[in-house]
Structure formats: C-alpha cells, structure tokens
Design a protein around this ligand. Structure first.
Ligand code: GRF
Length: 215
C-alpha cells in the first residue's frame, strides 16, 4: 500500500450516528498538529445527533441523511438509495479517507469497494472478541480481565476487517459496565488518531487478514 507524506493534509470524512466523541478526538489531534488531515465533511444518518451539533459548532461542513428518509416501493427502508446518497455526499466532499465514529449502519460491499482500504472503524472491544452492539457490556458479562478497543479497516463483515491498532484496558473487580466503557472510551480517543496517523505516515500492506507496517 502507498503512504502519504505526513505534511500533506488528507481530506477526511467522518460518519457518525451519536455523540461524536471520537470525531472530536480526531479533530483535536488535527488541531494539535498531530494528524495530517482535515475534516471535509461530517455525515450522519440521525437527525439531531449530538455529534452533528458539535461539528457545526466547529464550523465543519455537515450532511444529515436520515436512513428512514429513503423508502422503496413496498414502503420499507431503501438501503441502497440511502447509501447512494451518502456516497454522493462523500464524493462531493473530496474525502479520501472515511472514519466511522459510532456510525450505526452496516456498509454494503458496494460502499466498501467504493473506498477500498480507505474506511476505518473503531470498536470498543479487543476484536475478534465481542463484535456488534454493547461490546463493553458483553466483555464485562463474559468476565474478561482484559478489555480494550480496536481500530480496523472496514470490510464487508461486522467489525471484521484487518486490525490497525488495539489498546488494552484492565477490568477491575469493582467495575460496572459503565465504568469499563468509560475507561475504554478514553483509550479510543488515543487509538483513533494514532491509528490513522500511522496509516498516513508509514508504508503498509494487507497480507491476508494481517495489516503490516512495512513495504
Ligand atoms: C464508541 O464506543 C465506538 O467505539 C463505537 O461507538 C461509540 C461511539 O462513541 N463504534 P462516540 O459517538 O464517538 O462518542
């Protein structure tokens, strides 16, 4: 895979559905000069997502595309139509990298192929353990001693693409699921900018499932 010179800000889009704390961590790293990127669009499928209000407060361009806004002939949600609208917004923004930051929609293979190996996700568990919803609570209920977060490239599966970076959190005996989620989130805010910075600054390739930082 190619690398990008660290001094060239890479156009980045963020997709979110909720509060947007990971989006803010990416933006903070950019503002601190630690991440050679610029956010060219924040897209949400949820009207009133707090992350969108935060993006607007920062003066960043936003697009809201409610997934229920696209209906097929039977009156069901038109997934393809919604995705086409999201892809159009991303293309129009000139984004070269896409960061999913709490985006609660699965991307179709067509979407993923549109930005090959340029879509990242952050997940609040040490994948491949506990994919899907409520990962922190899944981990807590399972009784693991070590939890954490994973940044990975997005493929067609659920939380299943090649792993870029993981950060570990120790589970304490007195932890509630909320305690654990809070400490994992702190690590997420470090992991996401760190992972993207590495991908932009270093040569890397994907060998099977393994993402390797080397030529
Ligand atoms: C994070 O826990 C992230 O790992 C998961 O969704 C949550 C989003 O949180 N994919 P925020 O909206 O970034 O605060």
């Amino acid at each position: 895979m190619t690398s990008t010179a660290p001094h060239t800000p890479v156009p980045l889009a963020v997709l979110l559905s909720g509060r947007g704390s990971n989006f803010l961590a990416l933006q903070a790293a950019i503002e601190a000069g630690e991440l050679p990127a610029r956010i060219v669009r924040v897209v949400s499928n949820v009207e009133g997502a707090p992350g969108i209000a935060r993006a607007e407060a920062l003066g960043l361009p936003t697009t809201i595309l409610p997934h229920g806004g696209h209906r097929n002939a039977e009156g069901g949600v038109d997934r393809k139509g919604h995705e086409a609208a999201v892809i159009a917004a991303l293309e129009e923004s000139g984004a070269e990298w896409i960061c999913l930051a709490g985006y609660m929609r699965l991307l179709s293979p067509g979407f993923v192929q549109r930005f090959p190996r340029r879509i990242l996700n952050i997940h609040p568990s040490l994948l491949p353990a506990f994919p899907g919803l409520h990962a922190q609570e899944q981990a807590w209920r399972h009784g693991v001693r070590i939890a954490g977060c994973t940044v990975h490239l997005v493929d067609d599966g659920l939380d299943s693409g090649p792993i870029v970076l993981q950060r570990v959190v120790e589970v304490r005996d007195g932890d509630t699921p909320d305690d654990l989620a809070r400490r994992i989130l702190q690590e997420e805010h470090i992991a996401y900018p760190q992972a993207l910075r590495r991908l932009l600054a270093e040569p890397w390739r994907v060998d099977g499932r393994r993402l390797c930082f080397s030529t």
